[in-house]
Design a protein around this ligand. Sequence first.
Ligand code: UT7
Length: 332
Amino acid sequence: MPYSKIAALGHYVPEQVVTNAYLSTLMDTSDEWITERTGIKERRWIDPAKDTVANMSAKATRMALERAGLKEKDIEFIVFATITPDYFFPGSGVLLQRELGLEGIGALDIRNACSGFIYALSVADQYIKTGMYKTILVVGAEIQSTALDVTTRGRNTAVIFGDGAGVAILQAADKPGILSTHLHADGRFAEELYVRDPGSSRPREERQPEQILDTTHYKVVMNGNQVFKHAVTRFTEAIEEALQANNLRKDDISLLIPHQANLRISQFIQQKMELSDSQVYNNIMRYGNTTAASIPIAMSEAWAEGKIKENDLICLAAFGSGFTWASALLRW
Ligand code: UT7
């Protein structure tokens, strides 16, 4: 049975930089509050005239293809993680497939929010291990800015989320690159972090224009304290589970790339696991929380900065809406 490894990484973030100072002109917030509670200094927002989830992903894919010396036609399958597809349906996988001119290949969408990229990586890893495909494009991409409530009413979420896309090209290999993936979910907490509408299970009368404007539509509801508490526990459990499954210790981790939810969450995990600064990668300061895109963007940047080297042990971990959480261990 073949193994799978990441052959290349790529990312794209929109040009428009949105600072905490700018957000303070839209709502009652401050650079001080946002920095202290989340570590975020700025994030990127798309220009709706230019960017889509699919074309941002295509740009990230082209970066990865170029780095790997591959061509579009080498991609045999797409696994696309997003909770903010360009259309309610079809999913973003088919739109990216069209952008890349790959008509005919399969495209699968995954909706596991912040854990989406690791779930997607896990699916692609299994397809490669069974021999079904040899080269799979794994994507995490989100446009969240267009749905944020940028008034004081929405400030507990509007300051956190950002836009961007990241990809990994997964290929068959003769020695293990992806050592393991572990996936978890607990739906009892679904409503602690969710967007209710456009959901399907409400009567037609609830879908009148005034109710849509009144805005349960796309409104992110988050019980921040509850999410934070579960996150710090589940992140650590998922990392420890991955280490145990591979008979490895936390000292063996060359680089932990946690989902960029909140710098305070990353710091908490680092402290709890007694990892050094050089063992943990964070870029939330510049991009905010880009949900499914955060891990591939961070991995792509870390690689470009020379922080991921041959034979390194890379640990990915995520927690988010669902609740879902997951980890992956990779030998580079
Ligand atoms: O990707 C996974 C998904 N999300 C997460 O992992 C998020 C996890 N949770 C968090 O990161 C934190 O809970 C937040 C950063 C979202 C919030 O921080 P917090 O320390 O839990 O604040 P809080 O919600 O308890 O609110 C404290 C105060 C409240 O005011 P009062 O009631 O004490 O007067 C809020 O109204 O801060 C207020 N507040 C704000 N003030 C200024 C909430 N948002 C803002 C804001 N600017 N943007």
